[in-house]
Design a protein around this ligand. Structure first.
Ligand code: SF4
Length: 365
């Protein structure tokens, strides 16, 4: 099994918090699609004999592509029959022709960036859609025939209150998306929001409030039947994101497009430099290898696995590192922050918000 991720680095405009590699406008889209087609042909061998079971078009905003551009790009997948084929979208791009084109091309999962269902919060971070538009778009996607929809929310937005967060969570859950992702707002200094923070135009949400938001989300999702299977991800039973689960299980994946990362069947991580100009003139020059030491590889496995409900399967750790891992785990287990069930280590849901700090104590030297 393997996945393919395509990074589409175009957006209508830049959201105030966004740190992803993307640029506003579709100016370079045709040259990008040609470069991507070449990159695919040159690199598909990195997956070895693994069958492609998931495809994920992310970004950026892949739904910004016209129907023709979308068909030209996805022609590279003509020989695959993935179990899961996801496209990321924003509410303002949802219209019937696009939905029909996606369905006919085999897309079977739509992931929509809603972020909040409160207009003032959306406006504060430069989102282009309204809450009403997000709900209407969700219904249109459903009516078009998609039975697997994922929606994203952000907590810690400027101006967000306990009440407004509860409203966003409850309203979204009432729509019954099959999958929910929720992320705590991270403010990078070089983003528009980072600049506004430095100017003192708003204050960051404190940790205690963030913890309360997260707690509400976990409880609301659980009582609505969602399984909390990764720190930021919830799904109705059997509807976990297969593509993202593959990342967490160290399954090989090929990342195409500027800014994309890969894990080859040879265990080597590679990335494509986030430079659209260089990419469109010569994509192979943008491909770089991320040389990892053995220790870094093991720590990657520990870090990703412990963010999931399943936790870390100890048989995935090379025997020569097990003693050190167990030694590091002992005080955390004694403090009740880490649990051991015989074959795996895991962090319980109530400690997931502190998981980065717990995992740092566990990493091997
Ligand atoms: S739509 Fe998504 S990728 Fe594009 S700027 Fe906004 S957050 Fe970033």
């Amino acid at each position: 099994m393997a996945g393919i991720y395509v990074h589409v680095p175009f957006c209508h405009s830049k959201c105030a918090y966004c740190d992803f590699y993307s640029r506003a406008g579709l100016g370079a889209a045709n040259a990008y699609i040609r470069a991507l087609t070449n990159e695919f042909a040159e690199r598909i061998g990195e997956l070895g004999s693994h069958a492609v079971s998931t495809i994920y078009l992310g970004g950026g905003t892949p739904s910004i592509l016209s129907a023709e551009q979308f068909l030209e790009l996805t022609a590279i997948f003509k020989d695959f029959s993935p179990e899961e084929f996801t496209i990321e979208t924003n509410p303002e791009d949802i219209e019937s022709q696009r939905l029909e084109t996606w369905l006919k091309s085999g897309v079977n999962r739509v992931s929509m960036g809603i972020q909040s269902l409160v207009d003032s919060e959306l406006k504060a971070v430069g989102r282009r859609h309204s809450a009403e538009q997000a709900i209407a778009s969700f219904r249109k996607i459903r009516e078009a025939g998609f039975s697997n929809i994922s929606c994203d929310l952000i907590y810690g937005l400027p101006g967000q209150t306990h009440e407004s967060w509860r409203y966003s969570v409850d309203t979204l859950i009432a729509l019954r998306p099959e999958h929910l992702s929720a992320y705590s707002l991270t403010i990078e200094p070089h983003t528009a929001l980072g600049v506004r923070l430095r100017k003192g135009e708003f204050s960051e949400t404190d940790d205690e409030t963030i913890a309360t938001f997260y707690d509400y989300l976990c409880k609301a999702a659980s009582s609505a039947g969602y399984e909390h299977y990764e720190i930021s991800n919830f799904a109705l039973p059997g509807l976990y994101s297969r593509h993202n689960s593959a990342y967490w299980n160290s399954t090989p994946y090929l990342g195409l497009g500027p800014g994309a990362h890969s894990l080859g069947a040879d265990g080597i991580r590679r990335y494509v430099e986030p430079d659209i100009r260089q990419y469109t003139s010569n994509p192979s020059q943008c491909l770089k290898t991320d040389y990892e030491t053995e220790t870094e590889k093991v720590n990657d496995v520990i870090f990703t696995a412990l963010r999931t409900a399943k936790g870390l399967d100890l048989s995935s750790i090379p025997p020569e590192h097990l003693a050190e891992l167990r030694k590091n785990a002992a005080p955390l287990a004694e403090a009740g922050q880490l649990h051991y069930d015989g074959s795996r280590l895991y962090i319980s849901e109530e400690d997931w918000l502190m998981s980065d700090a717990i995992i740092r104590e566990l990493l091997i030297d």
